[in-house]
Design a protein around this ligand. Structure first.
Ligand SMILES: O=P(O)(O)OC[C@H]1O[C@H](OP(=O)(O)OP(=O)(O)O)[C@H](O)[C@@H]1O
Ligand SMILES: O=c1[nH]c(=O)c2nc[nH]c2[nH]1
Ligand SMILES: [Mg+2]
Length: 173
């Protein structure tokens, strides 16, 4: 979300995230049957770590690697994208090279900048995300739910309980 203001909020609670990540695993199980399966997972840190754990459990994948990417330095504003750690050769070449047989997992695709860089490093891998916004959607092979580009997704690990003023006191305005 770099050039459009996120005006709508899409809060996701742990139970919903678990359900959506499981739904992603169901779809990926179908893809795996069609494509010969996945030998390894590469999760895009940090957001991809959580769905990757759930999908790895559901698909019984035990070879798991990270690609460490940083771009949203400030809340809602994307800066220069930096790859802090790439993927080891053992995983990149697990089935003949360039990410063949590899499942890449992230929590969401927004502008698609992160997915574009990661796909460039592993062009034959399958890219999966739980949520997608329209700009990022062409870069993702499998996802569960699409939200509009002007929506900000609030993940459970970024949220906490706080007092809500009664609607009568102006919170709805
Ligand atoms: O499609 P894009 O516009 O590139 O945005 C999507 C990326 O942004 C978020 O990561 P972020 O860089 O905020 O880091 P984090 O995963 O460490 O929270 C999210 O987890 C995706 O990786
Ligand atoms: O928590 C987040 N919610 C989003 O909608 C988003 N887009 C990019 N990066 C994001 N992080
Ligand atoms: Mg991320």
């Amino acid at each position: 979300m770099s050039d459009v203001r996120a005006e709508k909020a899409f809060p996701v609670y742990w139970e919903q995230f678990h359900r959506d990540a499981r739904a992603l695993a169901w779809r990926l199980a179908g893809e795996a049957r069609a494509s010969g399966g996945f030998d390894a997972i590469v999760c895009v840190t940090r957001g991809g770590l959580v769905p990757a754990a759930i999908v790895a459990r559901e698909l019984d994948i035990r070879l798991i690697e990270t690609i460490c990417v940083a771009s949203y330095h400030d809340y809602k504003s994307q800066g220069e994208l930096a790859v802090l750690k790439g993927v080891c050769d053992r995983v990149a070449n697990v089935r003949g090279g360039e990410g063949a047989g590899v499942l890449i997992i992230d929590d969401l695709v927004d502008t698609g900048s992160t997915a574009r860089v990661v796909r460039g490093l592993l062009p034959k891998a399958h890219f999966a995300a739980v949520y997608a916004k329209p700009k990022g959607r062409p870069l993702v092979d499998t996802f569960v739910t699409e939200v509009s580009q002007d929506t900000w997704i609030y993940f459970p690990w970024d949220m906490g309980l706080s007092f809500q003023p009664p609607i009568r006191e102006g919170a709805a305005g």
